[in-house]
Each structure stands twice: as structure tokens, then as C-alpha cells.
Write a new protein. Structure first.
Length: 475
């Protein structure tokens, strides 16, 4: 009944509990003596609330509730005028709109980071660009602009923004103080930033609608294995769906209108704007520099020296006096130590007593199974230091993932030793068609290793005489 009449279920429950015999008839005409006063008051002050009118009527002798008063006031009061919006169409290449959208959190290793979507839409063609990021820093904001403008093949004359701090530092009335770093980027790219009015999202309704469309038509109900997978799926969706659909307003496809708009866009600058993070740092005594709670290794001879860290969303570079001395893949997890094996090896040459523990730590970091594998090796009559040295040589010959998988397989099979681990790697590669059959494992015995066993047909075993039955045994 509640669903049928559009009321709350508790209202239906109360109505069922009341019988016709116990229901009291509502008094008729209780507001009649007060209606002229109410009409006069609402004509003079249309915004008076029902609570205020109830207090005034009680002073005149009104003894009933507020519900009947509110129903009468709703009939008498003039309806408030609704907002009316004028759709404005712009010329090709004139305007674009930009905004961020929040899309929950994304798991990176052991860390959950906020996931944001950057959206830019050209006002004339409705061509849409979308990319996802794990932060909304100024460098990321500018980098997203560059990717969007490269995607469209040009730069519009004006770009409309909300009042986010990356664009607007302060605002007093119609006077806007823009972020100097962003103004530098806008001047380099030759477009005019425009700040939307405060608390008026309808001014950038096209990008607002695009983020809503992105949320329901793409993001909701999909699964992503990594941030790179999310970005790849988003690019495919833009190309095959978002910009090829028949737009509900223009009744044309954005990709076709973009062909008309692209000649009216400003050309891209010859030299792209520098959007990297640039930090002056001092290398620690452990030969490391830090960024976003993670540490990155540096050659040990630069410990204590001043360097510059330059990072984007994929790589981290360390420069000393303009020369690159280290490069790493950027880690988006937290509290991780990113190391280059050559840096650690050069550091171990100076600290040889730490060679054994460092080898074990390096192997144990491959996977939890690798740590258990080393613990099992330590319980057996195998020299752990030699085993770690041999396994590290395998990491130089094969990938870390292959060595970790083979160590996990050896742990299951209860076979321990670097030569068995290598044989398991070669078997896995051969099964996938990535390599030839592995070389036989050498035993160290010169006579046994030099034997050349020639296979022969197994049919020769059929010609062997069968053993005579033993008559003394019961059949």
C-alpha cells in the first residue's frame, strides 16, 4: 500500500490500526475566522513560515495544530519561481570545461589511495577526454591538461574551471586571484582560464554531465587489475563508445564534430610545459632519497651530496649537477624501499660483512614463499650463503617473478637447491613455449656427467622372455 500510494510504510501501519469507530472527525472550518488575516500577512510577507504564523494565530485564540494551517498556507502562498536556464552554444574552438570527479579508493599493494578522474570536454563538439590519477597535485593537474590537449589535437581559447585551489587562490566578488603556477601553464599554452561562479555548478554543466556519464556508463560494474589496466580500458571506452555515440543534445557524434572543431583550435606548443615534480634533496647516509613516504636508492658515492629529484607518474630520476645518476619506476605504495641491484652491490663492496644478510633480505623480499623457502634451506645441510649467492645469480639471468614462482614450486615439492629452482624455471618456460628444453643437471661426478645415454625403442622390452612361474608358491 505504501508503494502504491507513495507514502511511508509507518503511515500505512497507523492507518490500518485506526478503526472507523475510534477515528475522530476533523473539525470543519476551524481556520475560517483566521483566513482573512492569513491572506493579508502572506501578501505583505510571502516568506513567513508556518511556525511563525501559528504563533501569531495562537495569540488570537487559535487552538488547533499546525498541519491544517500549513495546508492552507500552501494553497494561498504564491509558488516560488523555478530556476530557468538558457542553453548557450559556443563557436568551435572557443570553450572547454574541466573538472575532477571522485571515484572512491584504489588498492595499490598494501595501500588504499583515493582515485580521481580528470575530465575535459570541448563545449562545441562535446568531445570528451578522461584519465585517472591517484592524486590531484598541481603537477598531476597540469600533466592531465597536456594529455587532454594532445588527445584533442589543439588548445581552445578559454577553459572553464570550478574554484579549486589549483586554479583559484582567492576570490572576492567578481575579482579572481589565479594560482601563479597555473597562470604560467596557461600562458605557455595560450588559453584563458575562466572561473565559474561560486555555488553554481550549472555553469559547467557539460563536464558535470560527462563525469556522471563516465561513472554510470564506464566505471560502475567493471573490474580493474591495476591503474594501467584502468587507464587502458578508459582509453578504449573513449575511442569506441564515448566519442562515437550519438549525443543526446547535438544529435551528432562528438568524433565527427571534433573534425570540424580541430582546425579552429590553437596548435600545441613546440616545447611541452615541464610538469614533473622537482625537489632539491640531500642523499641520506644510507644512499637513499625519499618521495611520498618511499625511499629510492642512489649510488653510494653520492651520500651526503645535494641532488635534484625529478618525478612524474611513472618514473623517478635523481640528478646531480644536471647529470642523471639513478632512475627508478615510481612506486605508488607507501613505506617501500625501491632499490637498484647495482647500487646495492656497490654499497656491499664497501660493507662486505653485510653481504650475506643483504643477499638473504633481497631473496626474501621476492615473495612470502621465498622467505619460507630460505627458512627450510637453513634447516638442511646446505650452506645458506652459497645457496643465496646461486639464487641471486638466477635473478640476473631470469626475472624476479620467475625465480619467486620456482621457489614457491620447489617449496611445495620439498626439493631445495638452486639447481632445482633453475630446472623448474626452465620447465615452466618450456611449457609456455618460451624456451628450449633445459640442460641436464650436472652431478659433479666427471664419469656420470660424461655418459651419453642413447634412447632406444621401448618395443624391445616385449621380446624379453617372461619369468618362469614358481611352482612352490600357491597360485
Amino acid at each position: 500500500m505504501a508503494r502504491r500510494f507513495g507514502v511511508h510504510h509507518s503511515t500505512v501501519r497507523r492507518a490500518i490500526a485506526v478503526t472507523w469507530e475510534t477515528a475522530q472527525p476533523r473539525p470543519a472550518g476551524v481556520l475560517e475566522p483566521f483566513k482573512p488575516y492569513l491572506v493579508q500577512r502572506l501578501t505583505e510577507a510571502p516568506e513567513l513560515t508556518g511556525t511563525r504564523l501559528l504563533a501569531e494565530l495562537k495569540a488570537q485564540g487559535y487552538q488547533h495544530g499546525i498541519a491544517i494551517l500549513r495546508r492552507y498556507v500552501a494553497k494561498v502562498r504564491h509558488p516560488r519561481p523555478r530556476k530557468v536556464y538558457l542553453r548557450v552554444e559556443t563557436e568551435p574552438g572557443e570553450y572547454a570545461q574541466v573538472d575532477w570527479g571522485s571515484f572512491g579508493h584504489f588498492r595499490i599493494g598494501s595501500t588504499s589511495r583515493p582515485l580521481s578522474a580528470f575530465a575535459m570536454v570541448l563545449s562545441y563538439s562535446r568531445a570528451l577526454f578522461v584519465d585517472f590519477s591517484l592524486d590531484m597535485h598541481m603537477e598531476t593537474f597540469l600533466r592531465m591538461h597536456q594529455r587532454a590537449l594532445e588527445y584533442f589535437g589543439g588548445i581552445p581559447r578559454r577553459i572553464l574551471y570550478d574554484n579549486l585551489k589549483s586554479v583559484v587562490l582567492n576570490r572576492v566578488g567578481s575579482t579572481v586571484q589565479f594560482n601563479p603556477r597555473f597562470l604560467s601553464f596557461a600562458g605557455h599554452s595560450l588559453f584563458e582560464p575562466v572561473a565559474a561562479p561560486i555555488r553554481y555548478p550549472e555553469a559547467k554543466g557539460r563536464v558535470e554531465a560527462s563525469i556522471k556519464y563516465l561513472r554510470h556508463a564506464f566505471f560502475y560494474g567493471r573490474s580493474f587489475s591495476s591503474l594501467e589496466d584502468l587507464r587502458a580500458q578508459a582509453r578504449t571506452w573513449l575511442t569506441e563508445t564515448a566519442n562515437t555515440r550519438l549525443h543526446a543534445t547535438t544529435r551528432e557524434r562528438p568524433c565527427e564534430r571534433l573534425l570540424l572543431e580541430r582546425p579552429r583550435l590553437h596548435p600545441l606548443p613546440v616545447h611541452p610545459y615541464d610538469t614533473d615534480i622537482l625537489l632539491p634533496l640531500v642523499v641520506s647516509k644510507e644512499a637513499r632519497v625519499r618521495l611520498d613516504s618511499n625511499s629510492y636508492s642512489v649510488p653510494p658515492e653520492f651520500a651526503g651530496k645535494s641532488v635534484h629529484l625529478r618525478a612524474n607518474d611513472t618514473s623517478v630520476r635523481i640528478l646531480h649537477e644536471g647529470t642523471e645518476v639513478a632512475r627508478h619506476e615510481r612506486c605508488w605504495d607507501r613505506h617501500r624501499h625501491v632499490e637498484d641491484a647495482h647500487h646495492i652491490q656497490r654499497l656491499l663492496e664497501r660493507r662486505k660483512l653485510a653481504l650475506g644478510p643483504k643477499r638473504k633480505e633481497r631473496l626474501a623480499s621476492l615473495s612470502p614463499e621465498a622467505r619460507l623457502y630460505l627458512q627450510e634451506v637453513a634447516r638442511r645441510p646446505i650452506r645458506l650463503n652459497n645457496e643465496c649467492r646461486a639464487l641471486l645469480r638466477l635473478t640476473l639471468q631470469y626475472s624476479d617473478a620467475e625465480v619467486a614462482a620456482a621457489m614457491a614450486r620447489a617449496l611445495v615439492l620439498r626439493t631445495f637447491g638452486a639447481r632445482y629452482v633453475r630446472a623448474l624455471i626452465d620447465q615452466a618456460r618450456f611449457a609456455q613455449g618460451l624456451a628450449e628444453p633445459s640442460e641436464p643437471i650436472l652431478t659433479g661426478n666427471a664419469i656420470a656427467d660424461s655418459l651419453d645415454v642413447q634412447p632406444h625403442p621401448l618395443d624391445s622390452y616385449d621380446a624379453l622372455p617372461l619369468p618362469k612361474p614358481n611352482l612352490l608358491l600357491p597360485s
